[in-house]
Design a binder for this molecule. Sequence first.
Ligand code: DGL
Length: 264
Amino acid sequence: MGPIGIFDSGIGGLTVARAIHDLLPDESILYFGDTAHLPYGEKSPELIRRYSTRIALHLVESGCKAIVIACNSASSNALEAIKNAVGSSIPVIDMVSPMVTYISSKNPNARVGLIGTRATISSRVYEKGFADISDSISLLSRATPLLASAIEEGFYNDSIPQAVLEAYLSDDFFKEIDSIILGCTHYPLVSNEVNVLLSPNVEVIDSPSVIALELKSQLENQELLSKKSQSTEHHFQVSDLTENFRKSAQYFFGEDLKLEEVKL
Ligand code: DGL
């Protein structure tokens, strides 16, 4: 059976790839980071759809048995287009619906905060997702566009994301929330900084592990899980390979990666 295809605009999706690798160590991974076209968060929905469907088709043509859209901006703007492009026999897992289901089943009266890119926040996909499930969940969302770029540039574990987060989070906007979705796959790298700025009662939800569980359950349902005896192989492709990306990718995934440049 083929690998799990995972993609993002850049390195952010590696936080999801890592969680998938930890939960499903017998699965091979083919990761694609569209570094030639990042940031997706500042692109129009049409352009995000064009880039994302091209990558999804590339992953299917490369033999992937399932696709994980490890990017909130692409999940929010291109899910239907990707599903239409790859057909119904390939499971497609997005970042949004598993989170909506997870939060509403945990707390039907949740007061949720959401931070993400402009493309994600202005799509209002999380609002629609919660509204479809329950009237009693409230959602406050705010775009934090500088954050992914700072992280992509290699600024984490230092004062830069802290200052950026302070600019976005230190007013009273999120005063009433009980949990927050880090609605961009770059953000798990600064979850401690988010934690510090919000009240200690606010739960910062770890989306990569929720997405990994959703993938596992879909693979189980469709009898697509790999057997233990199968050997695994991971491949990491980017549309523009730079030295900076190489360094960050290693940090994000937590292991030495072999990167290959693939122009689509
Ligand atoms: N990682 C992408 C996401 O989850 C955002 C980064 C970008 O703007 O390209 O939305």
